[in-house]
Design a protein. Structure first.
Length: 365
């Protein structure tokens, strides 16, 4: 059996205070409509038609609203965690993609586009204009000045005409400088191309210094030197960069899409090193054949290797290749394995699967 206590006090017309066992409430209104606010936070609206028994009641609770807000908060936290998880997966995917692109880059350097220098075509280009005469840029600037002087508006507005004419005269001076540069460039290339076509060895070295064909390889090479042996043969010595280029770890995605980083096995690591070195060698040969009328290039690759007798690292030759131009041009560079392709040429190389390159002797002429 239960006990229920409730008492009401009228404090004003249409206003009552209701005191119960567990709560207190305030009622506003009279017959037909009443609004009650409870100390528990519940709010009740009652509307009825007197004498009919028909009524409508609606309740709301601050507690239930609080629960809804908590539910929304939990949902937002869940969405945030899902978003963070997706971001981690995307970052892992990007990192693996970046890693694979780097591996592809350092083992396919030999595929790079290389511009061919046609020295015969360069040498046959006509002089842009005869020294002592007006060049094309100056003639164009003079023409613009003459057209402006005949402009009717310029004649009407004299203050505009004076300022504009000064600008056009200044343009003529600049045009003369451009023509001088144009003529100087033609004279330089004409003289250089004549020397190269005449098989002048000094001009070979001069154009190498000027054009710097191995500029794009400076991320992989920290030193190189050229020796012109004869009009058809050149030797290149260069130091290869390995430690800062070839990674010693692999990156991949797990079945759940997470990033997995593992140390490469010695076999896989040195295989990448070999492909990188051989790819650089082929690329160097292609650059030289594209720039100069050579038939043979001997490329000596050097690297710092620990001398176990002295305990010091010493620069040692690890690969020496004698590359024939015609043979190189016959290869399908898009499909070759750079390490295997070295077998097409006379070479000295001692490579151990778990130790990598070993010191060797340079190929002699």
């Amino acid at each position: 059996m239960g006990f229920r206590f409730r008492k009401s006090f009228k404090i004003a017309p249409g206003v009552k205070i209701n005191i119960g066992k567990k709560s207190t409430s305030l009622s506003l209104g009279g017959k037909g409509a009443r609004y009650t606010i409870s100390s528990t936070g519940r709010k009740t609206t009652t509307v009825g038609i007197p004498g009919t028994g028909i009524s409508y009641s609606q309740s709301s609770s601050s507690k239930s609203r609080s629960n809804i807000e908590k539910q929304r908060l939990r949902e937002n936290e869940h969405k945030l965690k899902e978003l963070e998880r997706e971001m981690v997966l995307l970052e892992a995917e990007y990192e693996v993609e970046e890693y694979n692109e780097h591996i592809n880059l350092i083992t396919s350097i030999h595929k790079d586009y290389i511009e061919f220098w046609d020295w015969k075509s360069i040498n046959s280009k006509p002089i842009p204009f005869e020294p002592g005469t007006k060049g094309p840029n100056e003639l164009e600037a003079i023409k613009k000045l003459e057209i402006y002087k005949s402009n009717l508006l310029a004649k009407i507005f004299k203050f505009i005409e004076k300022r504009k004419i000064e600008e056009l005269k200044s343009d003529i001076v600049s045009a003369k400088e451009k023509d001088n540069e144009l003529l100087s460039s033609w004279e330089h290339l004409n003289k250089l191309s004549s020397s190269i076509l005449s098989k002048d060895l000094d001009s070979y070295l001069a154009v190498l210094d000027e054009v710097n064909p191995l500029y794009n390889l400076l991320d992989y090479i920290d030193y190189f030197e050229f020796y012109a042996i004869d009009e058809y043969t050149m030797i290149v010595d260069f130091n290869i960069i390995i430690d800062d280029v070839v990674p010693q770890q692999s990156k991949s995605l797990t079945k759940t899409g997470k990033l997995s980083v593992r140390n490469l096995t010695k076999t896989n690591y040195y295989s990448l090193v070999q492909d990188h070195v051989c790819s650089c060698v082929i690329c160097i040969a292609r650059h030289l054949f594209a720039l100069l009328p050579l038939e043979t290039v001997i490329i000596n690759t050097q690297y710092e290797i620990l001398n176990t007798e002295t305990g010091h690292e010493e620069s040692s030759t690890i690969l020496s290749v004698k590359i024939d131009k015609d043979k190189l041009n016959s290869l399908n560079l898009d499909l070759i394995d750079p390490s295997d392709s070295i077998n097409n040429f006379e070479h000295n190389m001692k490579f151990l699967k778990t130790k990598g390159f070993q010191p060797i002797d340079k190929i002699s002429l």
